[in-house]
Ligand binder design. Structure first.
Ligand code: MGD
Ligand code: MGD
Ligand code: MO
Length: 715
C-alpha cells in the first residue's frame, strides 16, 4: 500500500521531502513526495495533500529518478574545443565560465550595443521573470522564449477580441466546448475537471481532427480538417445569429463591429461550413444550438493546435467571438477573467512579476527582434520578442546584428526549418546554452552550463485554486549543476549590472515580487508542501460593466480596432476573416496534386514532453516503435503500407523516414507526426517562413506532404 512499504524514520534513515515535478511545464505541475536516503532519491510518489494533483503522477513524473539520475546529465561547465557540433569540450570551472561569458557579453555590448546579445528561454517557465530582468537590466530588448510557438498567439487572439483573456470555468459550466485540447494526454487537472463535469451532467463538445480520449467522451465531436477552425466557428456563428440564439443585450451594449461581423458570417452557412471543414452541416447546427442554448457555457482553448497554422490567430478570433456572441464572457461557468498571479498562472493573489521582469520600458531599448515584421505583436504582446524571427535576423544582420545568444534550454529543433536555425547559430560570435542534459543544441555552443532539475532547486509556483509553494532542494544539485536562477543571479553580478534586486538576491527578489500578496519567503518556507493563499482574492463577475474591455474601443471587438489600421494587408483583416492554410488544396491546388496529404505535427503523446523524455527507459518503453507517423488504415491499405513499415514523408522542403503507425485516431488524408525526435526531425519539412503573418507562428499543423513506403529507414 502507498507509503507503507518504505516507512520513513530514524531506524532506516529515510526521510520524505516535498517537491514538485517540472518535467512538464507550467500549468500541470504535480506535488511530489520524495523518499530520500543518504542524500539520494530512492522512491517517488505523488503528494496526497497537493490540491492540484491529489496524489497522482503520470508516467513521466513516475520516472523522475530516471530523469534526475540520467547518464546524459551535464556535470560541469564546458568550453568548446573542436568545431561547432563536434561535441568536443573541456571541463572548466564555474568561475572561468562566468568570466568568459561576462567578458564576451560586455565586449559585444560596448561595440554593437546591448541589443546584440539575446537571451532565450526554452519550454521551461519557472525562471523567466529573472531571465527577462537580466536581459533588460543588461539593456537588451531581446528576451525571447518558446512561447513564440506556443501560448502567445492564442493570447493575441484573445487580446484582440476582449483584451483580457477569459479562462474556462470548467468547474461551474454546464456546457464545455473544448476547442482543440486533449487534456487526457496533456493536462491531467483539466481531464479530471471534464470527468467531474460529465458526472454532474455537463454537456461536452470537442473540436479535433482526430479521435482522442477527450473526443470519446463528447456529446458532439466536430472532426474538422486541420486548420479550418475559423470556417467552423463562423458557420456556428451563422446558426447562432440566424436562429437568434445570441445574447442580444450583451451584443448591443458591450460589443463593437457586430453589423459587419454579422454580414460576413452570413456567407458561412452550415453547408458552406461543411464544404470548408469536412464537418457535416447537421453537426455544426447541433453544436451551435448546444453551445448557445446551454447556460453558462465555456470554451476551453489550447496554447498551440489552433494557432499552429498560417491563419491561426484569425481562426482563434473567430472562435473567441462566439464567447461574445453568447454573452459567456467573464461569468461563472463561462470564460471567466481570473488574473494571473505568477508566471501567467492564476493563484488568487496579486504579485509584481511583470514589473519585476520589465525593468525598462520598451521605448528605452532598441526595437525587439521581429518588430518590423510583426507590428501587432509589438503593439499587444508585452512579454517578449518574436523568437521565430531570430534565425533570420542573425543571418540578415538587419536591422542590427545579433552577435551573442544565451539559451536556457534552447532546442533548435523547436523552430521550423530547424537546419537553417542550426546554420544561423553557427554565424553567432558566441553561443551559450544552459541545459540539464547534453543535447544536440548544446553541441553547437561555445560554453555549456549544467542546470539542475526541479527537485534540486528552489522554485515558486502557484495553482488556480489559490495554492502556492516555494520549494527547497530535496537533494543537493548533482555534480556541479546549479539552478537556473543561481546562474542568472551570478551572471548579473559578473556582468557588473547596477541592479538592486540582483544584488539583493533570489529570495529578496521573491519577497519583492510577492509584496502585494502579503506572502513572504519565510512564511512559505514553513509550508514545504505548499499552502493555500491566506486571503484569496474574491474575483467578481462581469468586471467589464465597471472597467470596460481592455481594447481600443473599450468593448468586445468582433471587428478589431487594432487591425483596422492594416487595411489591405493580407492576414491582418479587421474581421476574423477565414483563409485556408497557405499550403492546402484550396490555396495551392497544384502543390496539393503532388503532395496530397495534410501534414499535422506535434500532437502530444502522453509519455513524451517535446524532447525531454525520449531518454528515459520507462517512458520510452511505452512507445517502443518510434519515431513513427500516424496514418489512417484506409490510406495505408491504398498505398500498400503495413504497421511498422518504413515510410518516407516528403514536403516541397524536405523528407524524413519513419515507421508507419496505423490508427483510426487519424482521419483519412492526414498524416500526424510527433515533433522533436533527434533521429527524424519533422521540423526539417517546414520552410522557415511558413508562418502566420500576424503572429509569426509556424504552420506546424497544416502543411502538405506525400508518403511512400520505403525499404529501409532511419532508426
Ligand atoms: N513541429 C512542431 N514543432 C513544435 C511544436 C509542434 O506541435 N509541432 N510545438 C511547439 C510548442 S507548443 C512548444 S511549447 C515547443 C517546445 O519546444 P522546446 O522548448 O524545445 O521544448 P523541450 O524540448 O521540452 O525543452 C527544451 C530544452 O529545455 C531543457 N530543460 C528542461 N528543463 C530545464 C530547466 O529547468 N532548465 C534548463 N536550463 N533547461 C531545461 C530540456 O532538456 C530541453 O533540452 O515546441 C514547438 N515546436
Ligand atoms: N504529455 C505531454 N503533455 C504536454 C506536452 C507534451 O509535449 N507532452 N506539451 C505541453 C505544451 S507545450 C502544449 S502547447 C500543450 C498542448 O496541449 P493540447 O492542445 O491539449 O495537445 P495537442 O495534442 O498538442 O493538441 C490537442 C488536439 O488538437 C488537435 N489538433 C491538431 N490540429 C488541429 C487543428 O487544426 N484544429 C483543431 N481544432 N485541433 C487540432 C490534435 O489532434 C490534438 O488531439 O500540451 C502541454 N502538455
Ligand atoms: Mo507549447
Amino acid at each position: 500500500m502507498k507509503g507503507l512499504s518504505k516507512i520513513p524514520g530514524p531506524e532506516n534513515g529515510i526521510q520524505i521531502k516535498k517537491s514538485i515535478c517540472a518535467i512538464c511545464d507550467p500549468a500541470t505541475q504535480c506535488g511530489l513526495d520524495l523518499y530520500i536516503k543518504d542524500g539520494k532519491i530512492i522512491k517517488v510518489e505523488g503528494s496526497d495533500e497537493h490540491p492540484y494533483s491529489v496524489g497522482t503522477l503520470c508516467a513521466k513524473g513516475a520516472a523522475t529518478r530516471q530523469y534526475v539520475y540520467n547518464e546524459e546529465r551535464l556535470k560541469t561547465p564546458l568550453k568548446r574545443l573542436g568545431p561547432r557540433g563536434s561535441g568536443k569540450f573541456e571541463e572548466i570551472t564555474w568561475d572561468e565560465a562566468m568570466d568568459i561569458i561576462s567578458e564576451k557579453f560586455n565586449a559585444i555590448k560596448a561595440e554593437f550595443g546591448p541589443e546584440a546579445v539575446a537571451f532565450y528561454a526554452g519550454y521551461s517557465k519557472w525562471f523567466r521573470p529573472y531571465l527577462k530582468r537580466l536581459a533588460h537590466s543588461f539593456g537588451s530588448p531581446n528576451y525571447l522564449t518558446e512561447s513564440s510557438t506556443c501560448a502567445r498567439a492564442m493570447e493575441m487572439a484573445q487580446k484582440l477580441v476582449f483584451g483580457s483573456p477569459g479562462v474556462p470555468d470548467t468547474k461551474n459550466t454546464n456546457c464545455l466546448l473544448v476547442w482543440s485540447a486533449n487534456p487526457f494526454y496533456t493536462n491531467p487537472g483539466n481531464a479530471r475537471a471534464i470527468l467531474k463535469g460529465k458526472e454532474r451532467g455537463m454537456k461536452l463538445i470537442v473540436v479535433d481532427p482526430r479521435k482522442t480520449p477527450t473526443t470519446a467522451l463528447a456529446d458532439i465531436h466536430l472532426q474538422l480538417r486541420p486548420g479550418t477552425d475559423g470556417a467552423l466557428a463562423l458557420a456556428m456563428a451563422h446558426v447562432i445569429i440566424r436562429e437568434k440564439l445570441y445574447d442580444e443585450d450583451f451584443v448591443a451594449n458591450y460589443t463593437y463591429g457586430f453589423d459587419e461581423y454579422k454580414a460576413y458570417v452570413e456567407t458561412f452557412s452550415p453547408e458552406k461550413g461543411e464544404e470548408l471543414t469536412g464537418v457535416p452541416a447537421d453537426k455544426i447546427i447541433a453544436a451551435a444550438r448546444m453551445y448557445a442554448g446551454v447556460k453558462p457555457a465555456a470554451i476551453m482553448p489550447s496554447a498551440s493546435p489552433v494557432v499552429h497554422h498560417t491563419n491561426g490567430v484569425q481562426n482563434y478570433r473567430a472562435v473567441f467571438s462566439l464567447i461574445g456572441l453568447t454573452g459567456n464572457y467573464d461569468v461563472r461557468g463561462g470564460n471567466f477573467v481570473n488574473p494571473p498571479s505568477f508566471i501567467k498562472q492564476p493563484g488568487l493573489f496579486r504579485s509584481r512579476d511583470h514589473d519585476f521582469a520589465q525593468v525598462k520600458p520598451w521605448e528605452d531599448m532598441a526595437p525587439r527582434v521581429g518588430a518590423d515584421k510583426f507590428p501587432v505583436w509589438v503593439e499587444i504582446i508585452d512579454e517578449e520578442a518574436q523568437a521565430m524571427e531570430l534565425p533570420f535576423q542573425i543571418r540578415s544582420r538587419k536591422p542590427y546584428p545579433i552577435k551573442a545568444l544565451i539559451g536556457f534550454g534552447l532546442n533548435y529543433r523547436m523552430w521550423p526549418d530547424s537546419d537553417s536555425f542550426l546554420e544561423s547559430l553557427q554565424e553567432l560570435d558566441f553561443f551559450v546554452n544552459v541545459d540539464i542534459f547534453m543535447t544536440d543544441s548544446c553541441k553547437y555552443a561555445d560554453i555549456v552550463l549544467p542546470a539542475c532539475t526541479s527537485v534540486e532547486r528552489s522554485e515558486l509556483r502557484c495553482w488556480g485554486m489559490g495554492y502556492v509553494i516555494l520549494t527547497t532542494p530535496a537533494i543537493e544539485p548533482l555534480y556541479q549543476s546549479r539552478s537556473d536562477t543561481d546562474i542568472i543571479y551570478q551572471l548579473a553580478v559578473k556582468l557588473g549590472l547596477d541592479d538592486p534586486l540582483f544584488k539583493a538576491g533570489y529570495e529578496a527578489s521573491i519577497d519583492w515580487i510577492l509584496k502585494p500578496s502579503g506572502l513572504t519567503v519565510s512564511e512559505l518556507k514553513k509550508h514545504p508542501g505548499g499552502m493555500f493563499v491566506p486571503n484569496p482574492l474574491q474575483i467578481p463577475e462581469k468586471k467589464y460593466m465597471k472597467d470596460g474591455f481592455k481594447t481600443p474601443s473599450g468593448k468586445l471587438e468582433f471587428k478589431s480596432k487594432v487591425l483596422e489600421k492594416y487595411e489591405g494587408r493580407a492576414g491582418f483583416e479587421a474581421l476574423p476573416v477565414y483563409r485556408p492554410p497557405k499550403y492546402s488544396k484550396e490555396a495551392t491546388p497544384e502543390v496539393a496534386r503532388e503532395y496530397p496529404f495534410i501534414l499535422n505535427t506535434g500532437s502530444r503523446l502522453p509519455m513524451f514532453v517535446h524532447s525531454r523524455t525520449f531518454r528515459l527507459p520507462w517512458t520510452k518503453s511505452l512507445r517502443p516503435d518510434h519515431p513513427a507517423a500516424d496514418i489512417n488504415p484506409q490510406d495505408a491499405k491504398r498505398l500498400g503500407i503495413n504497421q511498422k513499415d518504413y515510410i518516407r514523408i516528403a514536403t516541397p522542403k524536405g523528407a524524413i523516414i519513419v515507421k508507419a503507425n496505423l490508427t483510426k485516431m487519424v482521419q483519412p488524408g492526414v498524416v500526424h507526426m510527433y515533433h522533436a525526435y533527434p533521429s527524424a526531425d519533422v521540423n526539417l519539412l517546414f520552410e522557415g517562413d511558413y508562418l502566420d503573418p500576424l503572429s509569426g507562428f509556424p504552420g506546424f499543423k497544416s502543411a502538405l506532404c506525400k508518403i511512400e513506403k520505403v525499404e529501409k529507414g532511419g532508426e
